[in-house]
Design a protein around this ligand. Structure first.
Ligand SMILES: Cc1cc2nc3c(=O)[nH]c(=O)nc-3n(C[C@H](O)[C@H](O)[C@H](O)COP(=O)(O)O)c2cc1C
Length: 203
């Protein structure tokens, strides 16, 4: 069964390598990951004063995340951390307090960089935020994609055959299984709880 995946790319750059990696993931697993790229470049900066009357871009973003089965973050690293535009989106989705649209959504994180450590710092800052957001984050495989450049992609903008494509293929399979496992276990728990309530009523 295809799961609805909201992909949040932490770069607004037209020729972003991270956006191309995200597109490659969708192309590789289109049969069981129903991917949507979620726009974050138009989100007004988070300001708690606006929570009582949120901008329509915030409302749209929150609805898109709420409607997804899982969230895939694909991001560059800026100055060893999360790009501001992505942090802004995370903050917007996390509020108002108690109404976070990220709560309990299974997640995976991919970072890509021309540098050698593949956005490790950014990857782990996203992971840290996801812990606070109560998102079950897939632990393995990790994806710190280093030495990524224009040459890593073919004319269609997808990853060329090679080790990076292999990592991403494994990750896409694993993420489908991760989302599947979490959704199924929740369903089983809900069924079990309904069954127990029925038993109590009849006791
Ligand atoms: C403001 C800024 C800060 C950056 N800091 C880092 C960094 O800390 N680590 C890194 O590997 N690359 C860094 N880079 C280089 C980015 O990895 C590179 O520009 C990459 O292509 C950005 O991702 P994108 O192609 O998806 O936009 C930085 C780039 C910018 C513009």
């Amino acid at each position: 069964m295809a799961h609805k995946i909201a992909i949040i790319v932490g770069s607004l750059r037209k020729d972003s390598i991270n956006r191309k990696v995200a597109r490659s993931i969708c192309a590789l697993r289109g049969d069981n990951l129903d991917c949507s790229m979620i726009e974050i470049g138009d989100l007004p900066l988070y300001n708690q004063d606006l929570d009582h009357s949120p901008p329509q871009q915030w409302v749209r973003f929150r609805e898109q995340i709420a409607g997804a089965d899982g969230v895939l973050f694909v991001s560059p690293e800026y100055n060893r951390g999360i790009p501001g535009v992505l942090k802004n989106a995370i903050d917007i989705g996390s509020r108002p307090y108690g109404k976070s649209v990220f709560d309990k959504k299974p997640a995976a994180i991919v970072t890509a960089s021309p540098g050698s450590i593949g956005g490790f710092g950014s990857n782990h800052q996203i992971r840290q935020a996801a812990v606070f957001l109560n998102m079950p984050v897939m632990q393995q495989p990790e994806a710190y994609l280093g030495h990524i450049s224009e040459d890593s992609f073919d004319e269609s903008g997808c990853l060329k055959d090679g080790p990076v494509k292999d990592i991403i293929t494994n990750l896409a399979h694993a993420f489908h299984d991760w989302v599947d496992m979490i959704l199924r276990s929740r369903q089983l728990l809900a069924e079990d709880s309904a069954h127990r309530s029925q038993q109590k009523e009849h006791a």
